[in-house]
Design a binder for this molecule. Structure first.
Ligand code: SDX
Length: 376
């Protein structure tokens, strides 16, 4: 057996597989989905187009796009027993726990043989369509709002705003939400996508793989950072306190959420786009409070640590301006990334290889077994 290589903690820089779905150039700060630059997609595409692109490897024509929009509209409704289950969960629960539980439970209400497309694109479309409905159902119940109408004519972005915030979104709000969904849709082998692929590599089903991914995304070193960025901003309060608070945290070797990245060595191109949307939506709402704080925080962190912002730095300020509470920010991330998770799961099924790295054992060996009566 080959001698195990040196340990690559966190699998840093380990090339685990070949994929056609997403390319990240960490040195140039470039992000590409199936050949298309994220800047073009954010400027000209929609989340529905991007989901199609991730699943099929090409942009849809007009008919294919309309069919996908129609499919999202028809399969976004929750089975009534799942609505009951969500309604029985404690309203104090974190929405990511609700999301993880509901995706897992959905599998139980849709046994594999009856699932729309099971472990195929049909299942990917079902899960992508239904995640916003799950987080909307939970949020509406904790707000005492009635069941939401499915509104099949609405895009994912518009439905997310309408269903959660209980109002008709403006064109600018819908576009801001759509761009955020495009930007979060995939990101190569990030931790939650890798978790989904590990699950799929055992030939487990799509719903189990997405359940693994939701649980992984929740972590503050991954998708949970956007919520913590807002906690930092609320702690800072005013531009005058940025220097003191951020410098203090850095001097205590604390992490500043929204900065740094395992792959990007320059600015995350998604942060560049979200910074602009934070300004645009802030100006539209007449509220640049978070935007201005974030600009100051950027200056201090870059000056003191040479770190750049990642996707999580500005996303929360956009979601907050749109009216979402901070504990829904990571669920919104999941409602987008489910397109990427499912694309990677389907790619794994097409070229299946059980993912099973090895560990360098550094524990004891050949210890004599001592009967319990002789142990201290
Ligand atoms: C996402 O992988 C993906 O693609 C993820 C993602 C996606 O789309 O799926 O891009 C989404 O998860 C973005 C990242 C969100 N997380 C955060 O913003 C949390 C804060 N960031 C850090 O925890 C950190 O930057 C990571 C986890 C993102 C990356 O960490 P690495 O690659 O393991 O780097 P490291 O921990 O080895 O840090 C290297 C140095 C260290 O300094 P020293 O101890 O060597 O002096 O940089 C420092 C770290 O202390 N550092 C930070 C920091 N990030 C790194 N110091 C302060 N604040 C930070 N945020």
């Amino acid at each position: 057996m080959a001698e195990p290589q040196g340990v690559q903690r966190g699998l840093q820089d380990v090339v685990a597989l070949e994929s056609r779905i997403c390319f990240i150039d960490g040195r140039q700060g470039r992000l590409i989905y199936q050949g298309y630059d994220i800047r073009d997609l954010a400027a000209r595409s929609t989340f529905e187009e991007v989901a199609y692109l991730l699943w099929y490897g090409r942009l849809p024509n007009a008919t294919q796009l309309e069919e996908l929009k129609g499919r999202f509209g028809t399969v976004r409704a929750l089975p009534p027993p799942l609505v009951d289950q969500i309604d029985r969960m404690p309203i104090e629960a974190h929405p990511m726990d609700i999301l993880r539980t509901a995706v897992s439970a959905l599998a139980g209400f849709e046994p594999e043989e009856t699932r729309p497309g099971a472990s195929s694109i049909g299942g990917a479309q079902r899960l992508t369509a239904v995640l916003p409905s799950i987080l909307a159902q939970f949020h509406r119940r904790r707000k005492g709002l009635p069941l939401v109408r499915a509104r099949p004519e609405l895009s994912q972005a518009a439905y997310l705003l309408y269903a959660v915030l209980d109002r008709e979104p403006t064109e600018l709000e819908t576009r801001a939400m759509d761009v955020a969904l495009i930007l979060h849709a995939d990101h190569e082998l990030n931790a939650s996508t890798f978790a989904a692929r590990v699950t799929a590599s055992t030939l487990s089903d799509l719903y189990s793989a997405v359940t693994s991914a939701v649980g992984t995304l929740k972590g503050p070193l991954h998708g949970g950072a956007n919520e913590r960025v807002m906690e930092l901003l609320d702690e800072i309060g005013t531009p005058e306190r940025v220097e003191e608070i951020v410098h203090g945290k850095l001097s205590r070797h604390e992490r500043i959420m929204g900065f740094g990245h395992r792959v990007y060595k320059v600015e995350d191109p998604r942060a560049t786009i979200l910074r602009e949307w934070s300004r645009k939506v802030g100006e539209n709402k007449g509220d640049l409070h978070y935007y201005e704080l974030l600009r100051r925080v950027e200056e201090v962190v870059h000056r003191e640590k040479g770190l750049y912002p990642n996707v999580d730095l500005y996303s929360g300020s956009v979601y907050s301006l749109l009216g979402f509470p901070a504990d829904l920010f990571t669920p919104i991330f999941a409602a987008s990334r489910v397109a990427g998770w499912t694309a990677h799961v389907l790619e794994e099924y097409q070229d299946l290889r059980l993912i099973r790295p090895t560990a360098k054992y550094v524990g004891a060996v050949d210890l004599p077994y001592v009967p319990i009566g002789q142990r201290s």
